[in-house]
Design a protein around this ligand. Structure first.
Ligand code: PLP
Length: 369
């Protein structure tokens, strides 16, 4: 039997590198609550992104909930249904109404031409997603937000390391939320961060991540616990040392997939964005059944028979999930609908071997024949 190939595999440093990094934690007995590793990772991330305003979290989802709390958002938020459930859950759990905007068919990000029609007097913010690391139309979104005085929070969970004309993706909108979950391009085991444009938000955000505590005798906000521990930060410090090499390795895999799959009838690869230096986070492929003669689900099942585990990522749309489908949120997003029925994310991680990429592509070619 051939070895299974999973859709992703976390990046890890050498064990000895991590052990060296965590030795300090035994010396300091600082395990969490903004210890030295936390501070060091914040500093390294400031350098890496060129954004001096950063706060770390125990995961990306809590980062998202925290910024919603910090901004005291209310009413409606325009967002994308073509995402991981976390994006919508954060809104609904904080009492907001998600208003789903359709996506564009080339990059699967929010279609900026369709946002304005969804703005009402209740709209307080826009929450677009740099899905698969594709960057949203940040200029158009900013114009709309300025016109209607809306906040912009990017779900940048997929876009660590992406650069737009040399500028790191963590510099757009009022806030960018990152996930450092094990399956993301850069991980801290579990983890997340917010990058933001207004440095005055720092104290409030850090307090909200820690029960709203200002000091021993003063608690300012009714909030939960979203702190990153020293062990998570130590993992981040190690992984950040290797991030450039990891992204290069992903690029080689991406190119090999492209060479193998380009030109297959009915098999559509995501376009490259002009001026964008990608992080090659995912390898989404559309299978157009009327052209390639086989549905996405048949490809998924056929690959699974070969022990290749791709993911129907993102299917169903968040708006179609049982927890949302009966709640009366709008779901008229036809482009997102058909993309979600055709898309399949093929295995993509930094140490996926060339021979595994070839095996995956050969299996797809065999299924199409
Ligand atoms: C991973 C992810 C999140 C949630 O991040 P966690 O760190 O797992 O909490 C949110 N949005 C998107 C698009 C994601 O992929």
């Amino acid at each position: 039997m051939k070895d299974p190939i999973y859709v992703t595999r976390p990046s890890m440093p050498e064990l000895t590198e991590y052990i060296d990094e965590i030795k300090d934690i035994w010396a300091s007995r600082r395990l969490t609550n903004k210890g030295p590793k936390h501070q060091e990772l914040e500093n390294l991330l400031k350098e890496y992104t060129g954004n001096a305003n950063v706060s770390l979290y125990t995961n990306g989802h809590m980062a998202l909930e925290s910024v919603i709390e910090a901004l005291e958002l209310s009413g409606e938020v325009i967002t994308s249904p073509f995402t991981f459930v976390s994006t919508t859950h954060a809104l609904v759990r904080k009492g907001l109404k998600p208003v789903f905007c359709d996506i564009n068919p080339d990059f699967y990000t929010m279609d900026a031409n369709k946002i304005e029609d969804l703005v009402t007097e209740k709209t307080s913010a826009i929450l677009p997603v740099h899905v698969y690391g594709s960057i949203c139309d940040v200029d158009a979104i900013k114009n709309i937000a300025d016109k209607y005085k809306l906040k912009i929070i990017y779900d940048a969970a997929h876009s660590f390391g992406v650069k737009v004309e040399g500028i790191d993706a963590g510099n757009f909108g009022d806030f960018s939320m990152y996930s450092f979950h094990s399956t993301k391009v850069f991980n801290t085991i579990e983890g997340g961060a917010l990058f933001y444009s207004d440095g005055r938000m720092k104290d409030r955000l850090d307090s909200i991540a820690n029960f709203g505590i200002r000091d021993e005798e003063n608690v300012d906000y009714v909030s939960g616990n979203a702190k990153m521990s020293e062990f998570q930060a130590a993992m981040g410090i190690c992984n950040l040392r290797h991030i450039d090499g990891q992204i290069c390795a992903r690029k080689d895999i991406y190119n090999r997939y492209k060479e193998n799959l380009d030109g297959l009838k009915g098999v559509v690869l995501k376009e490259d964005q002009v001026g964008v230096q990608s992080n090659y986070a995912y390898f989404p492929v559309l299978f157009k059944e009327d052209l390639c003669g086989i549905s996405r689900d048949e490809v998924y099942d056929g690959l699974a028979k070969e022990h290749i585990y791709a993911r129907k990522y993102f299917y169903p749309l968040v708006s179609r999930m049982p927890c949302y489908s009966q709640r009366g949120f709008n779901s008229d997003t036809p482009v997102a609908e058909y993309i979600s029925k055709e898309v399949l994310c093929l295995p993509m991680y930094a140490d996926l071997s060339n021979s595994d990429v070839d095996r995956i592509c050969m299996a797809i070619r065999n299924l199409l024949d």
